[in-house]
Each structure stands twice: as C-alpha cells, then as structure tokens.
Design a protein around this ligand. Structure first.
Ligand code: AFP
Length: 335
C-alpha cells in the first residue's frame, strides 16, 4: 500500500486541531517561516552558481566575518516575518539590538529569535549550514516587543527548531509535542514528513567537538574525551569522532544517531571562562529540541533551558546529546 504523504502544512494544522483554544496565529507564523526557509534553501543550493559566495567584507556584532548568504538569510527572514501580524519583535544573531516590527505593520503576540545562517564559514567548502529559530509568547504589556520579551528562560519557548541545508534540506521542529522532521522535495517545493516523533538514542557511539581547542579546555572535559577514546568493549569504546563545525549539522547527526556534542568554554584564563555559542539563538532552541526528543543539554553545571539570559548575545558552553552520554560528561566534571 502507498505510504501516506504528510506535508508540513497538514502536520501543523493537525497539531493545532488538538488545541481547542488555538486561534491559528501560531500555525500561520510557522507557515510564513517555512516559506522563508524554502527561499534560503534555494539560495544556498544556488550559491556556487550565482556568485554569491565569499565574504561581504563586514563584521557582525560578534566580530565575525559575514558572508553574503548570511545577509540574504537575515533579510529574507525579516522581510517574510515583519508584516504577518504574528510578531511583536525579532532578535537575531546578526543584529545588535531587538529588531522592531516596522511602523504601520500589524503586531502579534509572538517573539521570534533566530540565527539566520549557522555554520556559515562552511559555505565556501559546500558543507552543511543551517538556520535555527526560537519562538516565545510576548510577556510585557503594550503592542511592541522589548528586550525583556527576548531575555527568557528556554523552558518558556513555545516552539523551536532548525533547518539543515545539507545533501537535502530538512526542517526539524518541536512545539512541545514531540520532535518532527520534514524533508524538502524540491520538485514540488513542499516539506514532507520524513521523521515523525524523533527520539534520540539513550546512548550513542559518536562524540563531536573541536578537538583542536583541547589545550584550553578544563581538566574534566579533557578527562572525559580521553575516556571516550580508550578501548573498552563492554562500554562500546572508543567512540568515533565527527565534527562538521556547524552546530545544526553536528546536532542533527547527534539527534538521529545518538552520542554527544560538546562546545566547552575556553579556559585559557581560568578566571574568565569564554564560551562560544549563543544562548538565545543556538543553545536554547537546540536544547529544547534535544529535551523533547528525550535527550539532555547542559553547560556542564546547569541545564541550558534554565539559564536566565542577561543580554541578547550572551554565550554559554553547550554539551548536548544522548541522556546517558551527557550524564557521563557531567560526572567527569564533578570528579
Ligand atoms: P560560524 O557561523 O561562524 O561558522 O560559527 C558556527 C558556530 O557558531 C557553530 O555552528 C559551530 O558549532 C561552532 O561555531 C564551530 O566553532 P569552531 O569553528 O570554533 O569549532
């Protein structure tokens, strides 16, 4: 018998129908977002053809080089989401402050935060990149969103997800009711349900970390990674190492195959640990997906979803993956 084909629209509508109080606004927000992702996917696929490769010669607020596709993705999402009437404001890894909804456009009750093109230093090598997003409900009074609406606990996210622009384009999201993955069929321009109710394996056999940074890790992380490389049949060691350098791609593999992704802080100056990944645009949405798939996400000392952000571009260390692997890591830190 032919398999039932479920488009992302149908899936979102079916999920919404389970909530009798839902107005449909959240569904429309997701649809608008999905359209922006399809356009970014098209552009990522055409990158080599239309001479959009290379650096735009500017730095973003994090002091990193911005590629042209970063700018395209940032603009695409903003222009797609600024007039739908679902949002009160946006915040992005590429913008210093809260991004207001333009004058004259309708406002809504949701806040959208995003990393428009994560892993963008991979583009010139034709390796995977991604987009990450996080959605909160507005909490301050008034129609315009403020920084207070963005500086929120990860546990308060209404939904989060990401898109991987890889060998195919995949959209993965959770609105608190399981984690679902859709693959873009470019011939019909639709995301089709390919991975319903994803569960991360309880333990994996792959670790993912930039091991070139080992000399600046804390001793606990070093001991843990050494442990993963030791031979021990009973505990299925040594683990294999995989590292793409794009969080979305490294996390997506971890979600499907199990294992652990680590970005510990740079401890070169032990008094001033320097984490790299952004809490609001990377760590919190990825942690939300991980936990809803049965995984775990921590800084090593604190559950990521319980961190109270103090600034829009706050950085945290990220250890995410299979629950047993993350628990092992935490036990090494405590040692
Ligand atoms: P870019 O978007 O600048 O390529 O950064 C990607 C990223 O924020 C995250 O996606 C990766 O996991 C991490 O940085 C890779 O960092 P290293 O290059 O230091 O390993």
């Amino acid at each position: 018998m032919a398999k039932k084909v479920v488009t992302i629209q149908r899936h979102i509508m079916e999920q919404q129908a389970r909530h009798s109080a839902a107005t449909g606004e959240f569904t429309r927000l997701l649809w608008d977002l999905v359209l922006a992702f399809k356009m970014i996917s098209r552009e990522v696929n055409r990158a080599g053809l239309v001479n959009v490769l290379g650096l735009a010669g500017k730095e973003n607020v994090q002091g990193e080089q911005v590629t042209k596709l970063d700018e395209f993705a940032q603009r695409r999402i903003f222009e797609q989401m600024d007039h739908g009437g679902h949002l009160c404001c946006m915040a992005s890894e590429e913008a210093e402050d809260v991004i207001p909804i333009p004058e004259g456009m309708p406002r809504g009750k949701y806040v959208l935060m995003f990393d428009p093109l994560d892993g963008s230093s991979n583009i010139d090598a034709n390796a995977s990149v991604g987009t990450i997003f996080s959605i909160h409900r507005k909490k301050t009074p008034g129609i315009d969103g403020t920084a207070e609406d963005c500086l929120r606990l990860g546990t308060e996210q209404v939904a989060a997800g990401y898109v991987v622009y890889g060998s195919s384009t995949m959209f993965v999201y959770s609105a608190g009711n399981g984690v679902h993955g859709f693959t873009l069929d470019p011939s019909i321009g639709e995301f089709l349900l390919s991975h319903g109710d994803i569960r991360i394996p309880k333990r994996g056999k792959i670790y993912s970390v930039n091991e070139g940074n080992e000399s600046s890790w804390d001793e606990g992380t070093r001991a843990y990674v050494r442990h993963l490389k030791e031979k021990d049949k009973a505990t299925n060691r040594p683990y294999s190492l995989r590292y793409i350098g794009a969080l979305v791609a490294d996390f997506h593999r971890t979600l499907l195959y199990g294992g652990i992704f680590l970005y510990p802080p740079d401890m070169s100056d032990p008094a001033k640990p320097k984490p790299k990944l952004r809490l609001l645009y990377e760590a919190a949405p990825i942690a939300f997906i991980a936990e809803h798939a049965g995984g775990a996400a921590t800084t090593g000392r604190q559950r990521i979803l319980e961190i109270e952000p103090k600034s829009l571009h706050e950085r945290v260390s990220v250890i995410v993956g299979s629950p047993d692997d993350v628990a092992d890591y935490v036990s090494f830190l405590g040692a």
